[in-house]
Design a protein around this ligand. Sequence first.
Ligand code: PMP
Length: 437
Amino acid sequence: MGKGIDEWIDLDKRHFIHPTSSLKQQQTEGAAHIFTKGKDIYLYDINGKKFIDAMSSLWNVNIGHGREELAKAAFEQMSKLAFSSCFSTFSNEPAIELAEKLASITQGDLNAVFFTSGGSEANDTAYKLVRHYWILKGEKARKKIISRTKSYHGVALGATSATGLKPFRDFTNSLAPDFCYTDHLSAKSLRDVIEKEGPETVAAFIAEPVQGAGGVHIASPNYFAEVRKICDEYRILFIADEVITGFGRTGTYFGMEHYGIVPDIVCFAKGVTSGYAQLGGVILSKSLHEQLIELSTDTLFHGYTYSGHPAACAVALKNIEIIERENLIDNAEKMGKELLKGLKQLELTRGIVGATRSLGLMGAIEFVKHKESNEQFEKPIAPLIVKEALAKGLICRAVVFDSQDTIVLAPPLTINENEIEKIIEIIDDILITFEKK
Ligand code: PMP
């Protein structure tokens, strides 16, 4: 006989440390849901309860759950060649093919790919590569990385140091040096920080096209063009962290397309495989790549065991094929408009919704006690709403960093109009009950 639910929960408590979790809550409440199955936008737990996965799990299951084609791609590649090294002059077919595909779908002259296992490693790779670049260029002093307030770049030491959300930085008390921060929505603030730090000491600026984990913050239409200009003026490299916004999430292939600018480096992960395998990486512009080739005199002393993992790359290729075959980016754009409509309706009709915002299939709802005064609740209500939503079979996420009281949504790109309506309806029902209270 298989294990009973109590046994699973007990073993979970004793042996499994959950990422980004409250250790105490796990011990007192136990694992709330042990998921066993996924299909399309839905997840099912061990008790058979069905949920709408309105977060695409961790903003990553872009093509939805339960795609056998991806399982087959992994099976076929693993049966033939599960793993071989890509160090030095070794290579493999799926990695080469995927690198070529990524070069072809990214903007401008973005052209050469370094693979990692996820987004944090991608960002740390970007920081190290830009610093290495400046060493080769004879400008060793250029080592500072400027990132934005409310940003999230991952949990490796460099990525944590770049992350603007304080709780992640405060978790450990010794961060990587040479990271500094600029206001997330003001281009002028970037110029001020560069001037203050000394332009000759700045290596790169990094930004998410739309800030995800920090609460879905969307820059003004000309923000990134201004930022790109400032970076060019001071010869600072521009890194776009497209870990969430890549692969159709905002209704374009990559988020920066909304702003019409081409970064020097793009970091990607998540949607590249829709979570079916662990993969990320950085894409360098042709010019940057060529300069690195020309100036390098020694080994590139940076490489993960799993850089260019053949099975992960095969899964990514199939995932991208599905995104294109099913026109999921167009669908994300269309459904993004439906989501926006639904959010605006909540904003108009519910007194405790202070503001909403969205781009493509990334959305946020901000709560206030009184709309007129914009006064906040003494204690954020977003976690209570998320809990209530979960009880009603809807998975969304609360963001309470930096005194925010917000829930965020990012459903799979396969979602349809009825399903969007259902999400809004569930949230509306909860808000009506809250307002009565
Ligand atoms: N960058 C961004 C913008 C992210 O949202 C995340 C993950 N949420 C990361 C980097 C880190 O990626 P990973 O968790 O795969 O290391």
